[in-house]
Write a protein of this length. Structure first.
Length: 115
């Protein structure tokens, strides 16, 4: 993606922020978090780490001693869910406020027309 050239008050370009916000709007917060996690894992994970990840979390082959890894993974998923829920609740609240404002404006216009 090309840089937009938009700068914030400090003069820094905000292309990454714009990309992140647009991506979140298109696929949601959980999809964005999954893309970030997978990208980090693909770019910086070793072959051995990738193999172990597939064995433990995809094929579910883990020992009782390694149960803590599963707990950490579940906690990560729960945090992603909570963040997503919080994001959509705020977004819904803003959309609801916008709809109420538009309804009020419409009723005011109807009153003006009927006078």
């Amino acid at each position: 993606m090309a840089k937009s050239g938009v700068k914030n008050k400090n003069g820094n370009e905000t292309w990454f922020k714009e990309w992140a916000v647009n991506t979140i709007d298109r696929i949601g917060m959980s999809g964005f978090l999954i893309i970030c996690a997978v990208s980090i894992f693909i770019f910086w994970g070793t072959v051995d780490q990738k193999r172990k990840f597939i064995e433990k979390f995809i094929l579910l082959n883990f020992k009782k001693e390694e149960l803590s890894h599963s707990v950490v993974f579940i906690i990560f998923l729960l945090l992603a869910y909570i963040i997503t829920l919080n994001y959509y609740q705020k977004r819904h609240k803003l959309q609801r406020q916008r709809i109420e404002t538009l309804e009020q404006d419409l009723s005011d216009l109807k009153k003006l027309i009927n006078k």
